[in-house]
Design a protein around this ligand. Structure first.
Ligand code: AOF
Ligand code: ZN
Length: 367
């Protein structure tokens, strides 16, 4: 069973970056020990995985009646952008359905399985559940919280610096680590930075993956006082997705209008400790359908995000390099906490090796 579910999970992965805010879903149909159909949810708004899998079986000239379907997520029971998959499964006379994860979407949550069982189909649930929860961590968070899943990405030297005292940072991490960052940008709906990063680096924040179609992300600049340079790349280059400037009433009116005239969206939140109200911003982004945000610094915004409790996951690259300097910047700055006991604990930490760079990934339990 795990073997086929694992294949379905592999197929689901191909939708990464294209299905948001929908889940990654893959399916295979097996008959007499042979895979007779494969498919996945390819793009938000298009066919669900199950339907693509039926179409694949049909193309192969296979008869799916009595077969077993392995699907990574509970088949839907609702009329959304497409009709219910559970109905299609019944109609196609599938004999048994093996489900990875139950769908926490309130429109589904158990009703998909109930529909199948009511039609006399045998249903098994919870196969490869832990891996599938990880694969769909963005969807699982967004569908219940309605706020984006926030990943804080940092990259530093062995001595904890993100650049030298002169501001030089190219490159601390190696090529493989940097490709991984672009893969994460591809996977998420939005990339977010503080205005100081825009002033210092004038970044593009787009997704660049050689030889692959990559999906660009919405670009968000947190800029409490409206200091963003009007000639920066984010406001002037043509991107696939929009740029959002998140600010407060401190922004001068003319500046707000000038930013909008550049085609960017401006979100104004009330001030919170003189800055953008980050939890409020996340709620606004959720309303726009943004299910995930990759936070790429700088240190001041990173600290604010941690303190305001909007970060869910940390992704920290450490390069085997030492640059020193008491003036050299570090990944998380701001005011910092007064006491160690106030520090933010990261759990389920995992370490992987990226050609000699280390990647540490872990989760922050929201307090
Ligand atoms: C499935 N198979 O491949 C996916 C499912 O707006 P819609 O119609 O695309 O519905 C989206 C919801 O359907 C989504 O929130 C999730 O609950 C479920 N996604 N279900 O049976 C799929 N992508
Ligand atoms: Zn469906």
């Amino acid at each position: 069973m795990e073997k086929y579910m694992s294949r379905a999970m592999e197929l689901a992965e191909r939708g990464a970056g294209f299905v948001n805010p929908n889940p990654l879903v893959g399916a295979v149909i097996v008959k007499a020990g042979r895979i007779i159909g494969e498919g996945y949810h390819e793009r938000c708004g298009e066919n669900h995985a199950e339907i693509n899998t039926f179409e694949d079986a049909e193309r192969r000239g296979e008869d799916v009646s009595g077969a077993t379907m392995y699907v990574t997520l509970e088949p839907c029971s609702h009329y959304g952008k497409t009709p219910p998959c559970a109905d299609a499964i019944v109609e196609k006379k599938i004999g048994k359905v093996v489900v990875g994860l139950l769908d926490p979407n309130p429109l589904v949550s158990g009703r998909g399985v109930a529909k199948l069982e009511a039609a006399g189909i045998e249903v098994v649930t919870g196969v490869l559940e832990e891996q599938l929860k990880r694969q769909n961590e963005i969807f699982l968070h967004y569908i219940t919280e309605k706020k984006p899943f926030c990943i804080m990405k940092t990259a530093m030297t062995l001595d904890g610096k993100i650049c030298t005292r002169t501001g030089d940072s190219k490159w601390i991490t190696n090529e493989k680590s940097r490709v991984h960052v672009h893969e994460t940008r591809h996977r998420v709906s939005a990339v977010m930075v503080g205005v100081n990063t825009v002033i210092a680096d004038d970044p593009m924040l787009n997704t660049r993956l050689e030889g692959r179609t990559a999906s660009d992300s919405v670009k968000i600049v947190v800029d409490s006082a409206g200091r963003i340079p009007l000639d920066c790349k984010l406001l002037n280059m043509e991107f696939e997705k929009e740029t959002i400037v998140a600010t407060t009433d401190r922004i001068p009116d003319e500046k707000l209008k000038a930013i909008e005239a550049k085609g960017a969206r401006v979100i104004v939140t009330p001030e919170k400790c003189g800055r953008v109200d980050l939890p409020r911003l996340m709620a606004e982004l959720g309303k726009l359908g943004i299910d995930s945000v990759l936070l790429e610094g700088g240190g001041c915004l990173n600290f604010g995000a941690l303190r305001e409790n909007i970060v869910d996951k940390v992704q920290c690259f450490i390069a085997p390099l030492i640059i020193g300097g008491s003036e050299s910047k570090t990944p998380v700055e701001g005011e910092g906490f007064d006491y160690v006991r106030e520090g933010i604990a990261v759990s389920d930490l995992e370490v992987s090796n990226y050609d000699g760079d280390m990647l540490l990934e872990g989760y922050i339990r929201r307090r």
